[in-house]
Ligand binder design. Sequence first.
Ligand SMILES: [Zn+2]
Length: 471
Amino acid sequence: MLMSRNAEADVFAMAASPLLEPMAEALFELDPAPDPRSHPAALMMALGGVSAYKSARVWDSMLWGQGLWERIRCSSAQAERLLPVRRPTLSEVDKMYRRNKEIGDLLVDPLLEQSLPLFRRGGLLVPRQWDFQDISRENTIRADGTTLRHRASLTKKEVARRIKEGIPVSAHAWVQDEVKTKKEGKRLHGIPVELVMVDSGVPYLGGVLTLRAHRERQETLAARHDLKRVIRAAGGAVEAVSYDGLLKGVDVEELLLLGVMPIVPLHQPGPGQQHVPIPEAALGDKSRAHFGIIKTVTHDFNSCVHELWGVDGVIRTVRPGQNVTWDSPVCRVEEIESRRTEDGKTPYVWVIVPCKKSTFRVALDVRERREGHPKSSILNVFRVYPESEPMYQRIKGWRSPVEGMFSAMKGRVAENDLSPRLKISRLQLDLIGYAFLYNTVMWDVHISQFTSVGSQQYTEIGRAADKRRAA
Ligand SMILES: [Zn+2]
C-alpha cells in the first residue's frame, strides 16, 4: 500500500502522526539527547523518513535540496507542533545509536504500547468480530545472504574487479552480527526478527505491533514470548493467531490457555504418530498425512469403548483393535468451553463422537497428554480448526498481506545504504522506523476513509510532551 502513495505524502503523514510524539517521548526517556539540538520527534521523523524514501542517502538529500524540512516544519507549526530548524539526517540517528546501542530493543515497548490504542481507537481492534482483530505472526525476516550481503567478505580488489567486469556490486548494509539458522536444510546467515502484525482486514494494510531481533536460535521461544506479550496487551482483542508451523502442541496449548485460537499446521509427526497416504480425491498440496492416538473413551449409554485418533488434524473414531483409516468416522468439534479450574482457566474442546445408535459428547482437556505418550500433547495430533475447515483456510489466507509486508520491510532495510556496520540493534532500529512509518500510513489511510478528524487532537499530546521536556 505504500507503493500507491508518494514518499512525501508519507513523510507529512508522519509529521502529523499520533504515534510521533509518544514514540519521541519514549526516545527522549531512553536517550536524553546530550546534544540539545537533536529533538526526539525529529529523530523519529528521520527514522521513518529513511524508510519512506527507502534510502538514507535520498532522505538526507531531500532534506538538503528541496526545502522539504521547512515545509514539514511549517505544516507542523500550523498544528502547533514545533520541530527544530536543524534537519534530522541519518547521522543524527547514528549518533543517537552510538549513545545507546540497545535503543532498537528499547523502542519495541513504546511501539506496542502506542500502536495498540491507536488501532483500537481507529476501530481496527474490535473484540468478537473477525475482521479487524486478528494478529498473525509470520515467518522471521531472514536477512539472508541474498538480502544483506556481507560486504566485509569482498575485498577492495574484488569490488574493483567486479565493477570493471560490470558485475553488480551490492551497496547493501554491512552485516556484522550474524545468526545462523536453518531452513529447508539450507544454512542461512542473517538476523532473524520476530514480527507480530495486526490484520486490518484491508489488503496489504496491517500494522506492526512488535518486532524483535533475537540473538539465539530459539525462534519458537522468542515467538512465544512476543505473542503472549501482544495477546495480553491487546486485552481480549486477539481471538486467533496464525503461525507458520513452528509451534508444537505445548505452544498451541499455551495460546488456548490465553483464550486465543492458534491456527497452525500440524507439526512433523511426534512419538506414536505415523504417516498415512492421503486418498487421491482428498489430495491437496501434500501427499501424506500423519495420525496418532488421542485417548480411549467409554460410551456410557451403549457401554461400548471408542478410540479417538487424530488423522491429519481431524478427530476420527474406531473400535479398539481396529486400524484407523482416512475414512474412519469423524468426531466433529462442537464447541470450546473455558472452565475455571484451580490454576485459572482451562479450555475444553467438546467433540461429538458418532456411534451406531446414538452420538455422545466428550470433553477433551487441552492440557491432556496422549494415551501411552505422556510427553506428547493431544494438540500434537489434532487441530480445533483442521486444515480442511473454511476457517483455517480463511485465516491462512491472511498470510499474503503479511508476506507482502515482509518483503517490503526487507526492501527497506536492504536499501538503507548508509547504515554503517549494521548490527542487530541497528537493524532493529531501522525496522522500527519502518514500523512507525507503516503504522502511521495505515492510520492515515484509515482516518481519511472514515473521518475527517485531523491531527489537531493529537497535537495536544505533543504540546504537553514539549512542555515536560522544557521543564
Ligand atoms: Zn458407542
